[in-house]
Design a protein around this ligand. Structure first.
Ligand code: ADP
Length: 256
């Protein structure tokens, strides 16, 4: 059970969660993707599932299937323009139901797109998810984003949630014409911060306009743009997660 977290919104947390889940699925794993970002559920849109409806069976919620990926999002219960204006206890109730009553079946990985920040909602999610294996924290390179990530790491430590690693998203732009990298924001801050705070660094994901296009079109980027440097960067992060699991279970990892 992997929580994908971020210190603030808009850094690509949902993009990383969706592409990590799809990469793990493409690596042959049984994967669930749970979107608990109550105020900004973007997973249905990113995966082209806006029209999907959930069903129930014997009181349990059946997730929506996308190939071998099982997906559950608060977005499935809302219309496009609905805003969630519930107070804290109501949100905690929905989060609890999401976490307890979804019939996931047998999964190798459950990737959880958690609410941003270090407030009430991420706190409820972390407290309600039993046996979470850890958090992947997404940052962008700017100092303001890095400062927010430090708080996320402290938050995880206070909750005894292991930090599996930091991802620096929007880390440079690789020109599709000349292959040269432009540091749109200064890069490398997340890696330095990871070293300072003694947590693993999982990798950098460059900016690619096709990420936004794929998200808007509802097609998983890592699948439709698999040859790009950015897709390779997403896959490297999935590989790091796969080898972490292999280390903890003692399985052999294939380098291919
Ligand atoms: P968050 O979940 O942190 O609020 P999102 O995952 O919704 O952020 O991403 C915000 C926007 O940034 C989306 O439009 C997404 O397509 C875009 N985006 C995220 N990562 C990248 C990237 N590496 N390159 C280009 N666009 C990106």
């Amino acid at each position: 059970k992997i929580l994908v977290m971020s210190g603030k919104g808009g850094v690509g947390k949902s993009t990383v969660a969706a592409n990590l889940a799809v990469s793990l699925m493409l690596a042959g794993k049984r994967v669930g993707l749970l979107d608990v970002d109550i105020h900004g559920p973007s997973i249905p849109k990113m995966l082209g599932l806006e029209r999907a409806h959930i069903s129930t069976e014997m009181g349990n919620i059946i997730p929506v299937e996308l190939g071998d990926l099982r997906v559950m999002s608060i977005g499935f219960l809302l219309d496009d323009d609905d805003a969630v204006v519930w107070r804290g206890p109501m949100k905690a109730g929905v989060i609890r139901q999401f976490l307890k009553d979804v019939e996931w079946g047998d999964l190798d990985y459950l990737v959880i797109d958690a609410p941003p920040g270090t407030g009430d909602e991420p706190l409820s999610v972390c407290q309600l998810i039993e046996d979470a294996d850890g958090a992947v924290v997404v940052a962008t390179p700017q100092d303001v984003a890095i400062a927010a990530v430090r708080k996320s790491i402290t938050f995880c430590r206070q909750l005894n949630l292991p930090v599996l690693g930091i991802v620096e998203n929007m880390s440079g732009f690789i020109c599709p014409h000349c292959g040269k990298t432009t540091e749109v924001f200064k890069c490398g801050g997340a890696e330095r911060m990871a070293t300072q705070m003694n947590v693993p660094f999982l990798g950098r994901i460059p900016i690619d306009p096709a990420v936004g296009q794929a998200c808007d079109a509802g097609g998983p980027y890592v699948h439709y743009y698999e040859g790009t440097e950015t897709a390779k960067a997403f896959r490297k992060i999935a590989d790091a997660i796969l080898s972490l699991s292999a280390q903890s279970t003692g399985d052999a990892v294939c380098d291919d």
